[in-house]
Design a protein around this ligand. Structure first.
Ligand code: FAD
Length: 321
C-alpha cells in the first residue's frame, strides 16, 4: 500500500539543512509511490518551500508564527500536530538532529506509535521497507520493521541517505494557520557558544582534536585545515574536559554522532566512547604519536607522528590541489 509521508524540513541560520533533503529521499522510499508532504515550521520559512519541492517533496505545508522563530518542543509540537491532524499521514520522517531527537518521541507518544530512530539506511520500499540502524554504540547494525499497523515514524541520521537529484519540479506550497497557545517556554534570545560555520553533524570533512592537541591554541592548525577543506573542527571529550574547546564540538557517545566523508583524528587515543560517535565515517585518518593507539584499529589510514608536524604538512599539500 502506498503511504502519505510527512517530512519535517529544518532550517539553520537562514538556510535549509541538508538533512531535510535526505529525509525527503527516505520518505520517498517509505511512501512506496504515495505522497511526500514536507512541513516547514518557523517565523518566516515559506521562501524555502520550492527548494523542498525541487528535492522531491510533492507538496509543502508551512506554519509561520513568531513563537516558531526558535525551536521549543511545545511550539513545534503544537504546530506539527496541527499538520498531522489535517493530513492524517501514514508515516513521518524527521532528521536525527537535536530538533528531531527532541521532538520525535513527543509526537510519537501523542500518536501512540513506535519510533525507529537514527536510521542509516532503508532496504525495500513501502510496506516492505526495512530500516537499518546502529546498535551497541555503532558496533552492530539491526534491521527493524514495524509489525503492527499505525504511523511509521522514523528519524534519519544526517549524511547517510543520499538526497534525490535536484530538479525543477512543480508542487503546491501552502500555509496552515495555527494558534500557538499556552507555551511553557518562550525563547527571547539565542546566544551561540560555538563559532558559526559548517554544522558538525552535517560536515563532509571533520578535523577532530584530542588531548594530544594540548591547548586552545593547539586547535588553530586544525581549524586552518578544516577551513581549507570546507569542513568543521570536532573534539574528543578529553580535549573538551581540558578546556581546549567547547563541549559543543564533542564527538562520541555523549557528544555528537557524525558520519563525514573524511574524519581526521589528531591526538585522539580512540576510546570506545569516542569511536561510538565517529566509527561510521566513510574514510578515517588517524594521527597519533603512539603506534599502539586504539584509534588505528578503525583508521583507514594511520600516520604515526606528531600532529603539530603532520597537520601543517597536510595543509600545505591540500593548498596545492
Ligand atoms: P587521551 O586518551 O589522553 O589520548 C590522547 C592521545 O593523544 C594519545 O593517544 C597520545 O598518544 C596522543 N598524542 C599526544 N600528543 C600527541 C601529538 N603531539 N601528536 C599526536 N598524538 C599525540 N570521549 C569522547 O571523546 N566522546 C564522548 O562522547 C565520550 N563519552 C564518554 C562517556 C562516558 C560515560 C565515559 C566514562 C567516558 C566518555 N568519554 C568520551 C571519554 C573517553 O573515555 C576518553 O577519556 C576520551 O575520549 C579521551 O580523549 P582523548 O583521546 O583526547 O585523550
Amino acid at each position: 500500500m502506498s503511504k502519505k509521508v510527512l517530512v519535517l524540513g529544518e532550517t539553520r541560520e537562514g538556510a535549509l539543512r541538508n538533512v531535510s533533503f535526505e529525509a525527503i529521499a527516505a520518505a520517498k522510499k517509505i511512501s512506496g509511490g504515495g505522497e511526500v508532504v514536507a512541513v516547514l515550521l518557523g517565523e518566516s520559512v515559506s521562501d524555502f518551500g520550492n527548494e523542498l519541492v525541487a528535492y522531491g517533496a510533492d507538496r509543502v505545508i508551512t506554519v509561520e508564527h513568531p513563537h516558531l522563530k526558535s525551536y521549543t518542543s511545545d511550539g513545534y509540537g503544537q504546530a506539527f500536530m496541527a499538520v498531522v491532524d489535517q493530513e492524517q499521514p501514514e508515516a513521518i520522517v524527521f532528521g536525527h538532529t537535536a530538533v528531531g531527537k527532541d521532538l520525535s518521541p513527543k509526537i510519537a507518544s501523542k500518536l501512540q506509535t513506535g519510533l525507529i530512530s537514527d536510521v542509516t539506511d532503508i532496504e525495500g520500499e513501502g510496506d516492505d521497507a526495512v530500516f537499518i540502524r546502529p546498535i551497541y554504540s555503532g558496533k552492530a547494525f539491526e534491521k527493524v520493521k514495524l509489525k503492527e499497523d499505525g504511523v511509521v515514524f522514523v528519524t534519519v541520521r544526517p549524511n547517510n541517505i543520499a538526497p534525490l537529484e535536484r530538479e525543477e519540479r512543480s508542487g503546491d506550497v501552502s500555509s496552515l494557520s495555527v494558534d500557538i497557545t499556552n507555551l511553557r517556554t518562550i525563547i527571547k534570545n539565542v546566544v551561540r557558544k560555538s563559532a558559526e560555520g559548517v554544522d558538525l553533524s552535517e560536515a563532509k570533512v571533520i578535523i577532530a582534536g584530542g588531548r594530544g592537541v594540548k591547548s586552545k591554541e593547539g586547535f588553530e592548525p586544525l581549524q586552518e585545515l578544516a577551513d581549507l577543506l570546507g569542513g568543521a573542527v570536532g573534539a574528543s571529550r578529553g580535549a573538551c574536559d581540558a578546556d581546549y574547546c567547547d563541549y559543543s564540538l564533542q564527538i562520541g557517545q555523549t557528544g555528537k554522532v557524525v558520519t563525514p566523508d573524511l574524519y581526521i583524528a589528531a591526538g585522539i587515543s580512540g576510546a570506545i566512547q569516542h569511536m561510538a560517535g565517529m566509527s561510521n565515517s566513510k574514510v578515517i585518518v588517524a594521527i597519533n604519536k603512539d603506534p599502539e593507539a586504539n584509534i588505528f584499529k578503525v583508521a583507514d589510514y594511520g600516520i604515526v607522528g606528531d600532529l603539530f608536524d603532520v597537520i601543517p604538512l597536510l595543509t600545505e599539500e591540500f593548498k596545492k590541489v
